[in-house]
Design a protein around this ligand. Structure first.
Ligand code: GDP
Ligand code: MG
Length: 296
């Protein structure tokens, strides 16, 4: 008798900042993606979330950076996008039903819906408390972006439509082994996830003033007296960016810290002492060795 069939595969998650990717990953995985120590060697990509179902394993990976290639960081990201698309069994493009489709969405859509790319499932998110008069046109616009495998209206926050979306994605997985042990829901190091949370807050709060020029480096997280110590360094390219990140009398960096802390504590699983500092490293984006150190 042959072994029962097992299916597994990589789904690359694409979408502009703020469309709800992290919310959806946590919803699909079924928990706030937890810290783990073991790392499988079977896939080159970092799994941002692993969805376990009987006989099925869906590994969500990030489709990184969509900028025009104007420096080595973005060149590297472009390469990484191509490699990720080559590895993926499917892509999941997330759009926001509450904001019109913009150039950012179109640029991403052109890549994931290009001829030869893996099947793309589009999810139109944030449909909660929206009337059909807004949802229906948003779905039509999404379908018109290219030739998606399917388009789903969802609310990652409320969970609406997520089961149907997941069923569609699971159906696209090829036969393959379980890559991760049961219960392992991510293989991203905790420091990297914390760095991402801090960076998200920094970019959100400084908006277009400090575009993409910020990296966050988190020192190894260690227990302190009463609280876990998390030291994060925000690295930017110019003194003027540094001034924006620090803010008047340190108000901005303080705000980044206090807004990031709840999510950081959830990721770490303990109360933290979050210490932020801001450093200028001119041209860090052009320095490949530095990029490797930062894990970009
Ligand atoms: P990401 O940048 O794509 O990872 O987006 P996030 O998951 O961080 O979400 C960005 C914001 O959108 C957060 O404030 C979320 O709470 C919110 N959000 C995500 N999904 C939904 C949704 O389905 N409905 C609503 N109303 N808000 C959502
Ligand atoms: Mg996110």
């Amino acid at each position: 008798m042959s072994a029962p069939e097992h299916r597994s595969g990589l789904v690359a998650l694409a979408g502009r900042p703020n469309v709800g990717k992290s919310t959806l990953v946590n919803r699909l995985v079924g928990e706030h993606v937890a810290a783990v120590s073991a790392r499988p060697q079977t896939t080159r990509r970092r799994a941002i979330g692993v969805v376990h179902r009987p006989g099925l394993q869906l590994v969500l990976v990030d489709l990184p950076g969509f900028q025009k290639p104007f420096d080595r960081l973005t060149e590297r990201m472009q390469r990484s996008v191509n490699e990720t698309l080559a590895d993926a069994d499917a892509t999941l493009l997330l759009l926001d039903a509450r904001t019109p489709i913009g150039p950012g969405d179109r640029y991403i859509a052109a890549r994931v819906l290009a001829a030869g790319a893996p099947p793309c499932v589009v999810a139109v998110n944030k449909t909660d408390h929206l009337g059909a008069d807004r949802i229906v046109p948003a779905l039509a616009e999404a379908a018109a972006l290219g030739n998606p495998h399917a388009v789903h209206p969802i609310s990652a926050l409320a969970g609406d439509g997520v089961d149907a979306l997941l069923a569609d994605l699971l159906a696209l997985l090829p036969e393959g082994p379980a890559w991760f042990p049961p219960g392992m829901t991510t293989d991203q190091p905790l420091e990297q996830r914390v760095a991402e949370l801090v960076r998200e807050r920094a970019l959100e709060l400084t908006r277009d003033e400090v575009p993409h020029a910020v990296a966050v480096l988190v020192e190894p997280i260690r227990p302190g007296r009463g609280r876990t110590l998390v030291e994060a360094r925000l690295i930017c390219e110019t003194e003027s960016q540094k001034a924006i990140l620090i803010g008047r009398h340190g108000a901005m960096v303080k705000r980044i810290g206090s807004e990031a802390r709840p999510a950081v504590e959830q990721a770490v699983g303990a109360p933290v002492f979050l210490e932020l500092s801001v450093k200028v490293r001119p041209r860090w984006r052009r320095d490949a060795a530095e990029l490797d150190r930062l894990g970009v």
